[in-house]
Design a protein. Structure first.
Lengths: 96, 96, 96, 96, 96, 96, 96
């Protein structure tokens, strides 16, 4: 089973900072803070304009992204925690 | 008797998490929280743009959807509780 | 004497839940809550766009509608209580 | 001397409920509440769109109108109290 | 020296109610309230639309206008108090 | 070194009221209030519309301007205090 | 590893005031305040309009910029602190 996000929403799985830093990089300000990185699991079709046009998103499945600490709504699917947020909540894409 | 939602509103019937997980899947963060899943019972004709054009909705009757905990207005029809919300309150469609 | 609502406003007369349920259907969550059903008595010409175009409303005189508990402004005409609200406050049309 | 309202503003003179009911009709919820009826004394040229176009108003001098209790700004001209409000504050036109 | 208001701003000099009533007319609700009348001393070129078009104002230098009690920013030029406000703060033009 | 303001931002140097009044004119309501006059030191290229068009500003370097008391962000460059504000915060241009 | 900001977001590295003043110039109001200067490390592709068009940014990698004290979200990449903000948060470009 999976969740297909609507419009400009995306489904993100948090990635522990250590995992990311193994690949080399991001460390949270303080170790106690929850990581702000995640992997995109699914993306919506695109943002719907006021006139009904669909604008495809820039982020795609598999992207490692950075987002704010209090961003998104938590949801658990088959025992795994995810976040549903809008593409606009994504600050940037982490590139290796 | 039934309710025909106006424009981009939809009528949703909450689905208990257990029912969904039988089919395999979503479990709320804590068992005490109200489920955030529901089945779409009826949908409006579409979102009305500022100029009066109707943009059909992406969700349709029968879709199993995910929405925020405090989303929508409760209404009881023939003894069954429903929620009336806008399509924009739907985070995504749950697919089997 | 009557009230002709302006633009996208409508005049609604509350309908007691019992009357509706006689016809079969809607029951408020708790018996003490004020009913959220009503009959449309009069509708405005339509929503005015920013450019002055008039977009006709979807609801019409005689429709039985559902609306939120705190919706609209109360007004008494010839001893009968009415609510004046905007079409956008209507969640849906109750069909027999 | 008179006041010429600007754009979509209108000048309204409150009409005591009794006067209206003589003609047959509207009674405030409680006798102590200030009436919400009034007669339009003057109207502006029309609502100005963002692009500077003027959209004529639907209400006109002489119309008996219904408005919310706390609507408008009070002004006294030659000893008579008036309210200046926007056409959008008018709920509807009272017709005999 | 003078102030040339920008865009849809106007420079207004308060006019004491007595001066106005000599010419016949407006009296504040209570004598203690500050007058809400004023004379337009200078007007901006016009309101700038989102696309940069300039829409000329309807009010002009010399107009006697009515505005809300707490409207505008006070400024003293060569010992005289003025108010800088936007045309949209003007309720109407007082005509003799 | 200098600051080149972005888009519709401008860099303003406060001008003490006395300096202005030497040239003849503006006096703050109370002597203790901070002056609201300033000289424009640098202006941005223009306001960017939603579609990316640049609309040139009306104010220019050297203009003596009037602005609200709490307008802008303070910044010190080479020991001198400046304010960075948007053109829209300017009430008008002071002309000799 | 690096962060590629999305749309109109930019990645900024704070620059200590002393470093800037070596080159000649900006000093914070009080020495204790955090500097408001920074160097742009990476910029997004451009602002996305409502219709999906991308408007390139005016700031570019390497620009020394001025921004408000509480602007942006802090993020640490490979041990270095950065700020992610929107181009609109940038007041201006510091030029030597």
């Amino acid at each position: 089973m999976k969740l297909r996000p609507l419009y400009d929403r995306i489904l993100v799985e948090r990635v522990e900072s250590e995992e990311v830093t193994k690949g080399g990089i991001i460390l949270p300000e303080t170790a106690k803070e929850k990581p702000q990185q995640g992997k995109i699991i699914a993306v919506g079709e695109g943002r719907r304009t006021d006139e009904g046009k669909i604008i495809p998103l820039k982020v795609k499945e598999g992207d490692l992204v950075l987002f704010g600490k209090y961003t998104g709504s938590e949801v658990k699917i088959e025992g795994i925690d995810y976040l549903v947020m809008k593409e606009d909540d994504i600050m940037g894409i982490i590139e290796p």
